[in-house]
Design a protein around this ligand. Structure first.
Ligand code: ADP
Length: 158
């Protein structure tokens, strides 16, 4: 079975992430969405909340597995026996960072291939901008799944 790992912070998952996962499902039989559990990085949502929101965005899809990982992505891929990493590209800024990361991962593990999907409709969406907009009472509907928008509003309700 062709399996790809799509890793990220997903703090929280946005419609941009959802679109990349849907594109990935066209090419791969299964996608493992892996939320980074990094105790040194402060996140708005706990790792459990972040994984729950990913699951809620894909109800009943058995081609999707939601998991968490710590440490290096290449080590997680090796532990899972998966050779494909899926990433999304929004803008030139993403490209520079992603090409470095993909090549660093290749340097650490020759077995791992990174596949990129171009962002389309949601190229302007990032978790950090959505959080900032939500914290200031801005309109976030349409940038994140409905359940995520509700949770963001609840987080910032005064
Ligand atoms: P990190 O915090 O590790 O950068 P993210 O969750 O922000 O992780 O992103 C994970 C992956 O999803 C990256 O490849 C990123 O470029 C991609 N991505 C994030 N937002 C979008 C979007 N709106 N459209 C397409 N790809 C995206």
């Amino acid at each position: 079975m062709t399996v790809a790992i799509y890793a990220g912070s997903f703090d929280p998952i946005t419609n941009g992430h959802v679109a990349i996962i849907r594109s990935g499902l066209v090419a791969f039989e299964k996608i493992v969405v892996a939320g980074l559990n990094n105790p040194n990085k402060t996140s708005l949502f706990s790792v459990d909340e972040r994984l729950e929101m990913i699951r809620e965005a894909f109800p009943g899809d058995d081609r999707l597995e939601v998991d968490q990982f710590e440490g290096l992505l290449v080590h997680y891929c090796q532990a899972r026996g998966v050779r494909v990493v899926l990433r999304g590209l929004r803008a030139v800024a993403d490209f520079e960072q992603e090409i470095q990361m993909a090549n660093m991962n290749r340097h650490m593990s020759r077995d791992i291939e990174t596949f990129f999907v171009m962002a389309a409709d949601y190229f302007f969406v990032s978790s950090s901008h959505v959080k900032e907009a939500a914290s200031l009472g801005g309109r976030i509907e349409g940038t994140v799944p409905d359940g995520v928008a509700a949770r963001l509003r609840a987080k910032f309700a005064t």
